[in-house]
Design a protein. Sequence first.
Length: 453
Amino acid sequence: MGIPQTEIDRYGFSLGTSAPLHLVRIAQPFAVGEFLVTRKQYSVFAAETGHQGAGCAALPLDGTSWKFDPALSWRDPGFAQADNHPVVCVSWDDAIAYAGWLSKKTGRNYRLPSEAEWEYAARAHDTAGRYFGEVPICEFANVRDKNKKQLHSTGQFFECNSGFSNTSPVGSFPPNGFGLYDMLGNVWEWVEDCWAKSYVDAPVDGAARVNALCEARVRRGGSWNSVERDLYNVGARAVGVPYARWDVYGFRVASDYAARASAPSESPEIAQATSPATSSPTAPAPPTPRLSPPSGSGYASEAQDFGVPPQDSVRQGPPHAATPLVVPGAKTIMTADLYARLMAREPIVLLYVNEDQLGLGIAGAHWLDGAGRGYSFDDPIQERLGRKLDQLTGGSKDTPIVVFCLDPHCWLSYNAALRIVHLRYSNVSWFRGGREAWKAAGLPLVQLPRAPW
């Protein structure tokens, strides 16, 4: 946990607060919110409890300095927000009150994550500075970029464009390897811990650092108005007094992990993020369960035309970008199509090709990590994939094969489907909506074993 001194020296930021690098063993399994708490969720809490929260600090358009405005609040932070945006202008005290209310409402103990839990969940088993690697940050996070430059006249900006002038709807960017959204950018996230200027004497079991005199709390993850020093590494941290409300402060909830309890629609979705000691990545995938029909809400993006033309070659750039509507030589199918085929017990070879650590996918799928990478149809990946498909299909080239990964912004499944077409399989389908479409339809996901290939 923390940032190596070599990284601190490389970027030249005085971030001794994120040192020393130290080993933490998460002692207890926990769950953490898949999404940031939204305005809609927070509004239910405020309406039921009468919780007040007036006054918020905001940055004027001239970028001079942050100013407290008593007229601003989470209801009106000074810019337009929809119900699916993260709530802002909330203090640590507000977040604690929300977690207490949610605990009483659901019968499950909700809380803020500890700082160690937050960093473990954010890294998702990755030791890199950012969980998405070296690709432009605007492809994965809402940050202080060219869009903000159009509004704010001074300051530093990322030279890329995420498409938002302030907060963005939760889940607008690809998740990390645990399926958690907005772990960097959008809003700063309050965590449980008391602030300390370094990790000296910090707990090593994943618990929050607390003390009797706790004048400030920790926030993590950066925001829509954050620059490089706050976002170059998920280990970066910052401080805030517990009563402070700023238009860049928000939160997500956590819970001690237990069987999922029944919760109202206002409750945040919870994604499991357990310690390595409690995970079971080698457990066999169960057979396809008996499913309920997909919900009527659907997943609009699975059929969205992004205006990207099809290509008949393996994409070598960042794997997370808008995809075409079709793969040459394959059929694009939607959630309802795949659901119907599975319920009819049609013989299908179902392939999940996303690259992550958790391996959440559709029951019965074979997780071929890396099958969507490579450079050409003559590379070693093509040869390995051909051998694996021979094993799975018994050499029958007309076996139905369905490929999917995360969502319509995942080229890994596009590449894999194209590879299979070039291996002369005649019945290839691309489930473009992927895991997120399946989940949005109210259908279950399971942890898949990583298949040897």
